[in-house]
Design a protein around this ligand. Structure first.
Ligand code: SAH
Length: 344
């Protein structure tokens, strides 16, 4: 068991390489790939493979599965929050939301996080480790298995910074998008970053059709550096420059996330600064009422200030929506469930 690899960690090309290395025709890789993403639990179930191939798969790999350790279900909006156990004993969270346009899963990309955003529960405890692409796939598969339904959309907005785990995240997107795999369209995948600027350039050059969301939360460097330490390394100017490159290369609209925090970034002055910054850009602003995190002093902005913030932005021609809050009564936000259960 020790030296075996989780077969879900393999890209299609890697699996093909394995098959060719075993002197077998390439099409066997396609068959294996299809079985994995049809969610078989053992290699024996891959009934169209020769026995010798099944045996060598058993020798070299295992089929990784995560364990559902806890689940909270909100009856009001049908949101489910899962605590999943990894094989090394670590736990992570993901949330399933029931939107009119399909079931949407919010997955974690790391166990913990090292971005240390002030208002976020995931920051507590720092980074434990990054997840593998196979583990991210299993978040989607385990939840789909549990509800007995296909998942339509994926957002990489759970715990962790996707661009701090860049290679595995890109591999995950390519595998989940593969026609012989789960075949989830890139347009149904959103990736959210706190603003690791060099990776935004890399991501633009990948020319994927995923939506890129940027956690902006302030248009002023002083405020942003205070609530998001990453801004001390990559300023708002550098971040916007990278977004402009992304838009130019992909011709895709960028989403800016902005969590409104009472008396920190929710004033008219803040809205005007944001409007001035984003005016004329191919973008969209998603205003998020802050989710109160226990032990943090930050409070959510009032409904009035959120509405007037939106009005000011629209005055600059910036398309703005207010995110509907799902699952707020089941800790379905930003590392809160893991925080409640975890021991480390
Ligand atoms: N590290 C990535 C993705 C994970 S966080 C990123 O920063 O984008 C997903 C989103 O939730 C980010 O926009 C993040 O800033 C936001 N968020 C974190 N804590 C929050 C809170 N308490 N209330 C509202 N949004 C929060």
């Amino acid at each position: 068991m020790q030296n075996k690899i989780d077969i879900k960690d393999l890209s299609y090309d890697e699996l093909e390489g394995y098959v060719i290395g075993n002197m077998l025709p390439k099409f066997r890789a396609g068959q294996i790939f299809e079985w994995i993403y049809r969610d078989v639990a053992s290699f024996k179930e891959m009934t169209n493979l020769p026995k010798a191939l099944i045996e060598s798969l058993e020798k070299d790999f295992y089929i990784g599965r995560v364990k559902i350790e806890a689940m909270q279900h909100s009856k009001t909006d049908n949101t489910r929050k899962y605590l999943l156990g990894l094989k090394d004993g670590n736990s992570l969270e993901c949330v399933l939301m029931d939107y009119s346009y399909g079931k949407t899963i919010c997955i974690s990309t790391q166990v913990g996080c090292r971005m240390y955003c002030e208002f976020c529960a995931s920051a507590t405890g720092g980074l434990i480790r990054s997840m593998t692409s196979g583990e991210m796939l299993e978040e989607v598969m385990a939840v789909s298995r549990d509800i007995g339904e296909r998942i339509a959309n994926i957002v990489l907005m759970g715990t962790g910074e996707p661009f701090d785990n860049y290679d595995q995240v890109i591999k995950f997107i390519k595998v989940i998008n593969h026609s012989k795999g789960l075949n989830i369209g890139q347009r149904h995948i959103t990736i959210s970053t706190s603003g690791i600027v060099p990776r935004i350039y890399n991501f633009a050059d990948e020319k994927l059709q995923c939506t890129l969301a940027i956690s902006l939360h302030a248009a002023d460097n002083g405020i942003r550096s205070r609530i998001m330490p990453i801004n001390r390394k990559y300023s708002i100017e550098k971040l916007i420059e990278a977004c402009e490159y992304y838009i130019k290369v992909t011709n895709k609209r960028v989403t800016f996330e902005y969590a409104l925090i009472k008396d920190i970034n929710d004033g008219a002055k803040d809205a005007h600064k944001l409007g001035t910054l984003l005016k004329g850009m191919l973008c969209h602003v998603n205003l998020i009422p802050l989710n109160k995190v226990e032990g943090k002093e930050y409070e959510k902005a009032s409904k009035n200030s959120i509405d007037s913030f939106k009005g000011i932005l629209e005055g600059y021609g910036v398309e703005t929506t207010i995110r509907r809050r799902l699952g707020s009564e089941i800790d379905a936000a930003c590392g809160q469930l893991r925080q409640k259960y975890k021991t480390h």
